[in-house]
Design a protein around this ligand. Structure first.
Ligand SMILES: NC(=O)c1ccc[n+]([C@@H]2O[C@H](COP(=O)([O-])OP(=O)(O)OC[C@H]3O[C@@H](n4cnc5c(N)ncnc54)[C@H](O)[C@@H]3O)[C@@H](O)[C@H]2O)c1
Length: 452
């Protein structure tokens, strides 16, 4: 039996000896630090689907199918019927934010969903109030809010989050945490991030390299709870928290939901490379008017986002392997805060490519998207798949869940391993992982058997 390589394209291997995931019984508690546009759109959407007002469009876990066996077998169940995912009716939400008030008010402020949608589920949204947050304006310059915890040290604050989690554990059977908070300033790993012992010492000593998102992540992992990072912050992408994740069998993944421009970029760039077309320049710009746009207007937060968005092309196009095609790409990413657009972002790309004998061509993309409408289904899939990973013997002790790269702009990988950014490689990895844990043959698309 062989195992999948990084692209998931090995020969088929049946995997009947694997121990399958445990069943999803009872309530799944979803804990969200940062209950703004993405979180409220996720929660409102899940409730609308539960009530039968809407379909979970954009969610692979809810609407996607998975082919099993040969093309001639006609076996393509829904993913949610194939893998034991939590049922949407069993999800319970809670979270933290620096702004007080209930989620109906937060969703109205976010201006993503229209009035009719919100009124249908108003009592439900009013029933959820974010808990006071661990927050420090040093890490998100453009925000200030009143609902903030105080403590003697970062260690004390982590303890307070753990107490919140412990209280929520009384109401739910399993829990997952997903960071939907603002993008923090750009931080690079320091000595305090290298080992769990150094990190715990840093919490006590108030090390400035430990950001609020890391305090939540530490608290979650210490409580044995999986953690996903929807923002580009460093957060769990440091050795200390990877160590804790493995120690506690609490899976992790990140970073930065792959929703708009980067989603399209990771479809187009592999297409050019597959056809051996050159790229000389890729200019990407956005206008965005929501609170996320306001936070990203701060250069220090923008730097975090920029790093996450820029990495993609280099990894996909591999200029070191194809110097004639990709060595001298000029790649630029801009985000401009433009309030009139609210959450309805517009992303433009101008792509300069070249073909046979070097003749130049251009492609222009104008994506009039809706940021949180694209992000909410990704957040839903992530909590369901992370919960599945925590119930799967062969996945839960691995720490990083690279098979969830599909959802991220800057996928977390094992140290020394480059990330896969190509959306279709990511999709194949995800589906082959599901086949693998459920004891089904992997699909390689070789297909010679049809011609025997
Ligand atoms: N919407 C998308 O398409 C998309 C794509 C990729 C990444 N993201 C990232 O997802 C995150 C959320 O986006 P959004 O549009 O919902 O932003 P938002 O500004 O509407 O919501 C973020 C919320 O986080 C809260 N917050 C900030 N620091 C906090 C802390 N320490 N503890 C608790 N709450 C805190 C803020 O008060 C705010 O309510 C951002 O980091 C954004 O960059 C969004």
């Amino acid at each position: 039996m062989s195992t999948p390589d990084a692209s998931g394209t090995n020969t088929a291997a049946s995997n009947n000896s694997v121990s399958k995931p445990q069943a999803a019984t009872g309530k799944l508690g979803v804990m969200i630090p940062g209950m703004g546009a993405v979180a409220t759109t996720l929660i409102a959407g899940v409730e609308a689907v539960r009530k039968g007002f809407a379909k979970p469009i954009g969610s692979l876990s809810q609407m996607g199918t998975i082919r099993l066996g040969k093309r001639t077998d006609a076996r393509s169940p829904l993913i949610k019927d194939f893998a034991p995912l939590a049922d949407l009716n069993d999800i319970v939400f809670t979270g933290w934010d620096i702004f007080g008030g209930d989620l109906y008010t937060a969703a109205k402020t976010a201006q993503v969903l229209d009035r009719d949608h919100l009124e249908q589920i108003r009592p439900f949204l009013e029933s959820i109030e974010p808990m006071p947050a661990v927050f420090d304006q040093h890490y998100v310059k453009r925000l200030s809010g009143k609902s903030v915890k105080t403590g003697r040290s970062k260690c004390d604050l982590a303890q307070q989050i753990r107490s919140d989690i412990q209280a929520f554990k009384q109401k739910t059977d399993r829990q997952v945490m997903i960071w939907c908070g603002s993008t923090e300033i750009f931080l690079e790993p320091t000595a305090v991030h290298q080992t769990l012992a150094a990190f715990e010492k840093g919490l006590v000593e108030e090390d400035p390299s430990i950001s609020p998102s890391q305090i939540y992540a530490y608290a979650a992992l210490k409580e044995g709870i999986p953690f996903a990072n929807g923002a580009p912050n460093l957060t769990v992408d440091v050795p200390a928290l990877i160590e804790l994740s493995k120690q506690m069998n609490a899976p992790i993944c990140g970073k930065d939901f792959k929703t708009g421009q980067t989603f399209i970029k990771t479809v187009l760039a592999p297409a050019f490379k597959t056809r051996m077309l050159g790229v000389s320049g890729w200019y990407s710009t956005n206008i965005l008017g929501n609170r996320d746009g306001e936070v990203l207007d701060d250069p220090e937060s923008f730097k975090t986002k920029e790093e996450s968005k820029l990495g993609v092309l280099d990894y996909i196009l591999q200029p070191e392997l194809y110097p004639d095609l990709y060595k001298d790409i000029y790649h630029k990413v801009r985000i401009n805060y433009y309030p009139p657009r609210g959450d309805n972002k517009e992303g433009w790309d101008n792509i300069d490519i070249f073909g046979w004998l070097g003749y130049p061509m251009q492609l222009k993309v104008d994506f009039l998207c809706r940021d949180s409408i694209l992000a909410a289904p990704l957040a839903l899939d992530l909590v369901l798949f992370l919960d599945l990973a925590a119930r799967t013997p062969s996945l839960r002790g691995l720490g990083i869940q690279e098979w969830l790269s599909f959802y991220f702009k800057a996928p977390q990988t094992a140290s020394g391993l480059y990330p896969e950014h190509d959306l279709f490689i990511q999709s194949m990895k995800l589906k082959n992982t599901l086949r693998h844990i459920m004891g089904e043959d992997l699909i390689t698309h070789l297909g010679l058997e049809y011609y025997d």
